[in-house]
Design a protein around this ligand. Structure first.
Ligand SMILES: Nc1ncnc2c1ncn2[C@@H]1O[C@H](COP(=O)(O)OP(=O)(O)OP(=O)(O)O)[C@@H](O)[C@H]1O
Length: 703
């Protein structure tokens, strides 16, 4: 809407001077603006509507009035009219920018609600350092452009004075008189254009490179954090750091350097110019301008709050849609499409209402700004006219004053907007830096050793106590001890939530025990190289294997990035996957879809087994690897698993007791402890918890 207004205004600004010329005739000497205004300000002939039009017409008629009385200066019509229009058009644009700013920045303000860590300058310096030359170049060019901007109003004034003098004295030809200052001004515009282009190019290069480096470093830092970190932080929030926060920081960074520097230089410079042109008028401006800018900032911050709430509501609606679309199979399985639709519609309606309120607020703000800002132009012309009439000022000076005061006004307004942007940018940067300086409690590499001897594959859990970092008060394992003898299969069974998967997580070193130690071949696994341990020693297959959205070949190769095609095919054969893979038209190049949706559960599981086997691990952990499969898939997968477990130390966590009856040792876990252990037959003969579990499962199977 406001952009539309701006464009309309610009069109008007271009077309007005033509009609303006017909109203003016020659003028010379002094302007009688103030007297004229006093006489005409109450006339009913002013057109209704936009205050800009009123100022426009008053200005036109003032000049007409003045010119008709002194009848000497048609040149002024070319200068003052467009100048007033340009100034007003800029004001409209600025309001429009405020609106855009409110809307664009609000989503990131949602993030602002989180606790904001300290901004670490030394981290910023690390990113800026490689771009220092380009940055200094951008600053110098931006400063140069700002300095020229201070010069331009003065030169415009000179131009007006030259024209006025020519009209008064008629000495020489008009073109000769005006040529010099006009060419100077043109040159200044050209240089300013070049400087602006230069600093924007350099700045955008610096901004993009800093942002790209930050993204890469942040992603590297996140991906290296341990599992506990991901338990405590939502993925969406982390992705937000990579996207929205860095984007926000980049925009602020660029804005502060370009606009901040420019606005401060221009404000100071133009104020000096204003004072030199007319101390009296400057005094008036000093009183009025800050009041208006302050009021604008207060209303602006209220609107930003409204905008933030509206954006929060939009985010809520998006969350609903995201969840529904992300879990579309579950939604369809429960025929919940209508309910999801209603939920989404409800949230969207709320956001629509809030955005309408925001639109109303912006409209009122724009209306008030227009009136206030145009009043300043009018006031300046009014007061300036008085000074001209008393010979204290020339028309050119008034022109210079008008343009310079608008530059100050624009600069002050952008400083106030900039302040909010700086706060948002620094908060966003601080949140990004917070994650950059995080050190994982279990570092993936560095310091850990890799044993020289070939592994025997014995694992000892010794007196382990453990609580998850996100639930420190809840002890999941209590003085838990267990030995996995080399090349033997040990199964853990027991009640749900008893801590079975936690044992596997400790072996993978996703977490470190609170007390006790996990040993591999007699070595504390905390002293071993983690990348080696996970990458080469332990193979892990769980209930819901997650595949990446690439080809089958790439998914199997994920287990060993340097594996040859022959190794991939061999691993697929061992895991009973080769035959079904070859039945696809694209064979190993078949794409598996997002998270492997284009494959059946059994197929995914066999790819996951191949992925684990390709690294030829000494220890294999199967966490309920077949519990999600139907009987036929389970048979094929089980066959693959039986082959895979040969000659390896195996830890099986199982729900279906039928799959672990051949294990060398079966441990029954309850409440974080092993309460029974033995072979299948030994445990059956004991008639304890295990035989209870077997009985219950058989009974369920017969139902
Ligand atoms: N990441 C986690 N953060 C906090 N608590 C957790 C986490 N994972 C599991 N727990 C808790 O630890 C306890 C043991 O969970 P675990 O998954 O080891 O049990 P389980 O015996 O494997 O259960 P199931 O047979 O149902 O898979 C449970 O109370 C569970 O709520």
């Amino acid at each position: 809407m406001s952009q539309l207004l701006c464009s309309r205004l610009c069109v008007t600004a271009c077309s007005r001077p033509l009609s303006f010329s017909s109203l003016c005739s020659k003028t010379g000497g002094k302007w009688k603006l103030s007297r004229w205004y006093t006489a005409h300000s109450h006339t009913s002939t002013q057109p209704p509507g936009n205050p800009f039009h009123r100022i426009w017409n008053l200005t036109q008629r003032a000049i007409h009035h003045s010119s008709s009385r002194t009848s000497k200066s048609p040149g002024l019509k070319f200068i003052l009219g467009p100048a007033v229009l340009t100034v007003s058009a800029r004001l409209f644009c600025r309001v429009a920018c405020c609106e855009a700013d409110d809307n664009n920045n609000a989503p990131e303000e949602v993030i602002l609600k989180d606790s904001v860590p300290d901004f670490k300058w030394h981290i910023l310096w690390e990113f800026v350092k490689p771009q220092l030359f380009a940055l200094i170049g951008a600053v110098v060019l931006a400063f140069g452009a700002a300095m020229l901007n201070i010069q331009i109003p003065l030169m415009l004034g000179d131009l007006v004075n030259v024209v006025a003098r020519y009209l008064r004295e008629h000495s020489g030809t008009y073109v000769n008189e005006i040529k010099g200052p006009a060419i100077k001004l043109l040159g200044l515009y050209a240089i300013q254009g070049l400087l602006t282009t230069g600093y924007i190019i350099l700045l955008s290069r610096v901004g993009e490179r800093v942002a790209a480096d930050m993204r890469k470093t942040l992603f590297a830092s996140l991906i290296r954090q341990d599992v506990a970190f991901f338990d405590a932080n939502k993925t969406g929030q982390l992705v937000n750091r990579l996207t929205a926060d860095i984007q926000e920081f980049k925009s602020s960074f660029k804005l502060v350097i370009s606009q901040g520097l420019r606005s401060i230089t221009q404000t100071v410079g133009c104020f000096v110019s204003l004072y030199i042109i007319s101390p009296k008028l400057t005094g008036l401006t000093v009183v009025v301008l800050p009041c208006l800018v302050g009021a604008g900032a207060i209303i602006g911050s209220f609107l930003r709050k409204l905008s933030r709430l509206a954006q929060e509501q939009v985010a809520k609606a998006t969350e609903v849609a995201d969840e529904a679309l992300g879990n579309v199979r579950t939604v369809k399985a429960f025929a919940m499409e209508e309910r999801e639709l209603q939920l989404y519609a409800h949230e969207v309606d709320k956001s629509c209402e809030m955005n309408e309120n925001l639109g109303g607020g912006i409209a009122v703000f724009q209306g008030l700004s227009n009136v206030a800002l145009n009043c300043i132009v009018l006031g300046t012309i009014f007061a300036g006219g008085t000074l001209i009439s008393s010979d204290e000022m020339s028309p050119g000076d008034l022109m210079s004053f008008l343009v310079a005061s608008q530059t100050v006004q624009r600069s002050l307004a952008s400083i106030s907007i900039l302040f909010g942007q700086v706060v948002r940018g620094m908060s966003a940067g601080a949140r990004v830096f917070e994650y950059l300086s995080l050190k994982p409690t279990i570092p993936l590499s560095g310091g850990g050793r890799i044993p020289f001897h070939s592994l025997i594959g014995r694992v000892d859990f010794m007196n382990i106590s453990f609580s998850y970092p996100t639930r420190p008060g809840h002890e999941v394992l209590k003085k838990f001890s267990l030995t996995l003898p080399p090349c033997k299969t040990v199964a853990i069974v027991g009640e749900s939530g008893g801590g079975k998967s936690t044992v596997a997580s400790l072996l993978e070193r996703f977490y470190d025990p609170t007390n006790g130690v996990v040993m591999l071949d007699g070595l504390d696994i905390r002293t071993l190289d983690l990348a080696w341990l996970r990458g080469q020693v332990i193979g892990f297959i769980n209930q819901e294997p997650v595949l990446f959205g690439s080809s089958i070949m790439e998914n199997i190769r994920f287990g060993k990035p340097d594996a040859t095609d022959a190794e991939v095919i061999s691993a697929a054969k061992q895991s009973n996957a080769h035959r079904f893979i070859m039945s696809f038209p694209d064979g190993y190049n078949t794409m598996v879809g997002e998270r492997g949706v284009a494959l059946s559960g059994g197929q995914k599981q066999r790819i996951a087994i191949a992925r684990a086997l390709i690294k030829n691990p000494s220890i294999l952990v199967l966490d309920e690897a077949t519990s999600a499969l139907d009987a036929e898939s389970e048979r094929v997968v089980q066959e693959a698993l039986n082959r895979a477990t040969r000659g390896r130390t195996v830890l099986i966590i199982a729900h279906r007791l039928s799959t672990i009856q051949g294990a060398d040792l079966i441990c029954v876990m309850s409440n974080g402890r092993i309460v029974e252990a033995g072979t299948h037959l030994e445990l059956l003969s004991k008639g304890g918890l295990y035989s209870d579990l077997i009985r219950r499962q058989r009974a369920e199977g017969q139902k």
